[in-house]
Ligand binder design. Structure first.
Ligand code: PLP
Length: 480
């Protein structure tokens, strides 16, 4: 069994195994004609269930053959131009190379003595990111597993910096279309269920700052304490960006932590033409970025950045075996002092290789392309009487719904749209997302693939219209 350990004597097996895996994936990518096979959980489960994990195959080729059946054949392929559903990007090759290297070397970024140069690389990328944001000389941060963890950590710091220790008094302000991880974090942090005040959005789905001002004032008047305002720079559904400068003003006025959730909108940090849409982000106390959403990085790759690096001490705990107090005096860089995690992947390597091969402009131009595509898609939808489209995109999503010519009851239209999404998924021809706007069922394209064309969008819209019409026709038949 030792022959399976990766070491100085097993280079040949390492090379042949990884190469075989790479070949399988390359062949799969080359021959995949649809983003999905449409397999159902019921159809796939027996194949997975049939595998006896106590009976190893003892052979890499056989295990990869089996993997074809249990996973590769029916996976959802984000690189396919008709995968238009969630915030999953196609990945860039330098980052995939980074993933292969980081897994093999297996550094752990909790301490210097488990990572060495890995820690320095991560720190340099944090500095690079805070520089792009404009957080100033005291800024710092750390890589995390994703935007949800970044938001949790940001709100932990905000809670610790809050002007009251009475958790029942603390309030967080976030727009009604902010990410659900804000509420989840509040619960994890021991705050009241009503601690997250939902601020309404305007027609562009941006936080109404007039209402935010009123809510902050009311909070004070009621003897409560504003703990943080979460501004979203790129809402998950609409890509809308809250008015960051106005929110920064209000946070200054109320001496409140400003967190910017740029999990999605962070791609604008490297945009070659739309960086100004993030103006005001430089005034944040903390920022969430998800490189695995708009920097074309594989899952996972995210970071939390803070204006004042000293606030990260709220995540610092010392263990004699790991990061004893004296290591601080000895100036040994232990990233665990800033992180919610202990053992931690060297995800930063993926971004490092990406920047070293393609550069920030390269990534930015890919993101600019999908934003341009979304704008063209919006024009297409706005001109098409079959569809109602919600807002002109700031980033790369489109929220719309099919409206039949002889528009019937809105609940029927909801059902027709829901059906169209499911039927499309089952066909595997394309994958789109769904969401609600008010009480109504809408559909969503999240465009993150520069290979997707306007023709793809137009073809998928025709498919959706077809499925929706089919559904409405069938219900008419049933009714008559
Ligand atoms: C995706 C998203 C998150 C959560 O990020 P994960 O990486 O999925 O944990 C948070 N906020 C916004 C606005 C998002 O779009």
């Amino acid at each position: 069994m030792r022959s399976h350990l990766l070491n100085d004597t097993t280079a040949e097996l390492y090379r042949s195994s990884v190469t075989e895996g790479v070949e399988r994936v390359a062949a799969k990518l080359a021959t995949t004609t649809r983003p999905f096979t449409g397999v159902t959980p019921d159809a796939l489960s027996p194949t997975v269930d049939a595998v006896d994990l106590d009976e190893p195959l003892q052979d890499t080729i056989a295990a990869l053959d089996e993997l074809e059946d249990v996973y590769l054949r029916d996976a959802v392929y984000f690189h396919h131009p008709r995968y238009l559903a969630h915030l999953n990007c196609p990945v860039v090759i330098p980052a995939v190379l980074g993933e292969a290297i980081l897994a093999a070397v297996n550094s752990s970024l909790d301490t210097w003595d488990q990572s060495a140069g890995g820690t320095l690389i991560e720190r340099k990328l944090i500095d690079w990111t805070t520089g792009r944001i404009g957080l100033g000389p005291a800024a710092d941060g750390v890589f995390t597993s994703g935007g949800s963890q970044s938001n949790l950590q940001a709100l932990l710091l905000a809670r610790e910096e809050a002007k009251s220790r009475d958790l029942s008094k603390l309030r967080i302000f976030a727009s009604e279309v902010s990410h659900f991880s804000v509420k989840k974090s509040a619960t994890l942090l021991g705050l009241d269920p009503q601690s997250v005040v939902s601020v309404p959005v305007d027609r562009e789905k941006r936080m109404q700052t007039v209402t935010l001002a009123e809510e902050l004032r009311r909070c004070r008047e009621n003897g409560l304490v504003p703990m943080a305002v979460v501004a979203t720079a790129g809402t998950t559904d609409f890509g809308s960006i809250d008015p960051l400068p106005e929110i920064a003003e209000l946070c200054a006025q109320y001496d409140t932590w400003m967190h910017v959730d740029a999990a999605y909108g962070c791609g604008l940090l490297v945009s070659n033409k739309n960086r100004d849409r993030l103006t005001g982000i430089e005034r944040a106390d903390s920022v969430t970025v998800d490189y695995h959403k708009s920097f074309f990085q594989p899952v996972s790759s995210s970071a939390i950045l803070v204006r004042d690096g000293a606030t990260l001490r709220h995540a610092t705990y010392h263990a004699e075996y790991l990061n004893p107090r004296r290591t601080v005096a000895e100036r040994i860089p232990n990233q665990v002092d800033k992180s919610l995690q202990t053992t931690r992947r060297f995800d930063a390597l993926k971004l490092w290789l990406t920047l070293r091969v393609m550069g920030a402009k390269g990534i930015g131009s890919l993101f600019d392309e999908v934003c341009d595509l979304a704008y063209e898609g919006w024009q297409l939808l706005a001109a098409d009487p079959r569809f109602d489209v919600v807002v002109e995109p700031n980033l790369s999503t489109l929220v719309y719904r099919y409206i039949p010519a002889d528009a019937t009851d809105p609940t029927e239209i909801d059902r027709a749209n829901l059906h169209a999404r499911k039927a499309l998924f089952a066909s595997g021809d394309a994958v789109v997302a769904g969401t609600k706007v008010g009480d109504r069922q809408y559909l969503k394209f999240t465009l993150l693939n520069p290979e997707t064309t306007l023709d793809d969008i137009s073809a998928v819209l025709d498919l959706i219209a077809g499925h929706a019409e089919q559904y409405l026709g069938d219900t008419l038949d049933r009714a008559s």
